[in-house]
Write a protein that binds this ligand. Structure first.
Ligand SMILES: [Zn+2]
Ligand SMILES: [Zn+2]
Length: 242
């Protein structure tokens, strides 16, 4: 199976407003992926819509969020169900800065339906870190039955390696390389963790530009957990030009 585990919808303040759940599901299916995950910054509130859009586009989907932790590190939480992702969202929301989002500075944060109607503009600030640490978040994700990944470990900001210098023990199920990371350089730095490569798409054209492959009986958290434990993932080529 080919999958892209890191995609942002219009709810993420830095993502294109063209990234509606319907557009993402269409693009992911058209690109030939077997599955993908929606991972907006600090929130899974567009996951109910993506569930419906993935069903319509006949593609498998996982539900998640990209948690920006107290260490200012980006991490991915992935779940089988919308309810699990929304439960983690509630837990993250209680630890966000007590500020109202300023769309002029950070961007709009629309919660939308599967038919592209705006339900609400999320007022909470999703562009900033929460007070939850990586170990606390790892424990919560585990309690909820999800997978926890260190995002884009090759990046010079918001990554475990740039922020902490190493990958903390006992927290992550796998680590992620960004679309341009040279695998030969970065795989040795993955510390024995399973590695995935994801698009981190913020624009429609970036959905599935890179991907990960694994032999999975189904696109589920359990099957991915098993593949990660066996380090049985294969990465697409990196992008060398944007
Ligand atoms: Zn990130
Ligand atoms: Zn991201």
């Amino acid at each position: 199976m080919k999958f892209d585990l890191h995609i942002h919808s219009c709810l993420s303040p830095c993502a294109s407003l063209e990234m509606s759940p319907a557009e993402i599901a269409r693009r992911a299916a058209a690109a030939g992926l077997d599955g993908f995950a929606l991972t907006d910054h600090q929130s899974a509130r567009n996951c109910p819509a993506i569930a419906e859009c993935a069903r319509r586009a006949e593609i498998a989907c996982l539900f998640g969020l990209e948690v920006q932790t107290a260490e200012e590190v980006h991490t991915l939480a992935l779940f089988d169900t919308v309810d699990q992702a929304l439960a983690l969202t509630d837990w993250v929301y209680t630890a966000l800065p007590k500020r109202v989002n300023d769309p002029e500075t950070f961007g709009d944060q629309p919660v939308v339906t599967a038919d592209d109607d705006i339900v609400e503009l999320e007022w909470r600030i999703l562009a900033m870190g929460c007070r939850r640490t990586i170990p606390e978040t790892a424990a919560k994700v585990r309690e909820l039955g999800g997978l926890y990944l260190a995002a884009h470990i090759d990046r010079t900001n918001f990554s475990v390696l740039s922020g902490l210098g190493s990958i903390p023990d006992g927290c992550f199920d796998a680590v992620e390389l960004s679309r341009t990371a040279d695998a030969a350089t970065w795989l040795p730095r993955a510390d024995g963790f399973a590695v995935v490569r994801s698009s981190d798409a913020h624009n429609p054209d970036d959905v599935a530009r890179v991907w990960t492959e694994a032999d999975l009986p189904a696109f589920t958290v359990g099957a991915l957990r098993d593949a990660f434990s066996r380090k049985a993932t294969r990465l697409s080529p990196r992008l060398t030009a944007f």
